[in-house]
Design a protein around this ligand. Structure first.
Ligand SMILES: NC(=O)c1ccc[n+]([C@@H]2O[C@H](COP(=O)([O-])OP(=O)(O)OC[C@H]3O[C@@H](n4cnc5c(N)ncnc54)[C@H](OP(=O)(O)O)[C@@H]3O)[C@@H](O)[C@H]2O)c1
Length: 235
């Protein structure tokens, strides 16, 4: 049996999303108790499947709302790791992108990550055991030349990458290790629907991304911090 995270409390934001489901499944197999804040109301039409008591859902949490984020993290038992997958994507030419569109990408990707990282650090300080944080950037966040036609998204994911490295430096002395993954296109139902003619064999599997996240939050990761890992599959 995989005991990597036995009994450890891990937050997975966006845990009900396509990548999030794979991550939650993998972390539960590794013994974690996964705490997932979801936008969705209790009794939502698209309920999140139960995973035998190891998935703890908090419904109706908007992660762009500072108070909601603070309340969610304050109610957790001793926190070991926080994985920030909540985010969104928008594709639009520059002149088709409004100020509100730009700010929405910054809110959904960068502000959610910032607020969750801040609250997670406060929760980890309460345990005195250190901890692990993993954010999700994206390939254009590391390589903005891939961001043509999606400048707002690219800027928001570059912000996540920069935040990750800066926080890793800030938290070095506290045994709180902060890293990010930067995936290329993931093989998700939404991407298959949006790009029906694409060669999906070139896409990154959510399970592969989940394995990378598990390694970064594992207690056996003693020193890796400040890395923004490119996960580019064969793209
Ligand atoms: N898909 C790709 O090809 C790809 C590539 C590179 C990077 N990424 C990044 O990887 C992450 C996951 O992608 P995905 O494809 O799994 O996306 P997804 O299926 O759309 O899942 C995103 C999740 O984020 C949550 N979320 C967004 N805004 C939120 C908010 N304000 N408050 C609470 N929850 C919020 C949603 O939660 P609810 O369901 O609760 O509403 C949703 O479950 C995203 O950050 C994305 O940018 C994706």
């Amino acid at each position: 049996m995989d005991e990597t995270l036995a009994g450890r409390n891990v937050v997975v934001t966006g845990g009900a999303g396509a990548l999030g489901e794979a991550v939650v499944d993998r972390l539960i197999v590794a013994g974690a108790i996964c705490h997932v804040p979801t936008h969705r109301p209790q009794g939502s039409a698209t309920p999140i499947p139960d995973r035998g008591g190891r998935l703890k859902l908090a419904h109706g949490v908007d992660l762009t709302d500072e108070t909601a984020v603070e309340r969610f993290y304050a109610g957790l038992p001793g926190l070991w790791a926080s994985v920030h997958l909540a985010g969104g994507f928008a594709m639009a030419a520059l002149t088709q992108t409004t100020r509100a569109d730009f700010l929405q990408m910054i809110e959904t990707n960068a502000v959610t990550t910032f607020l969750c990282a801040r609250a997670a650090v406060e929760a980890m300080r309460r345990t005195g055991q250190g901890g692990r944080i993993v954010n999700v950037s994206a390939r254009p966040g590391l390589d903005p030349r891939k961001g043509a036609g999606m400048a707002a998204y690219t800027a928001s994911k570059a912000a996540v990458a920069a935040l990750t490295v800066a926080l890793a430096e800030e938290l070095k002395g506290e045994r709180i290790l902060v890293n990010a993954i930067a995936p290329s296109t993931l093989d998700t139902p939404a991407n298959r629907k949006a790009m029906p003619d694409a060669d999906v064999s070139r896409w990154l599997s959510p399970q592969a991304a989940a394995e990378a996240i598990l390694q970064l939050i594992s207690p056996s990761n003693l020193e890796i911090s400040g890395a923004v890992l490119p996960l580019y599959a064969r793209a």
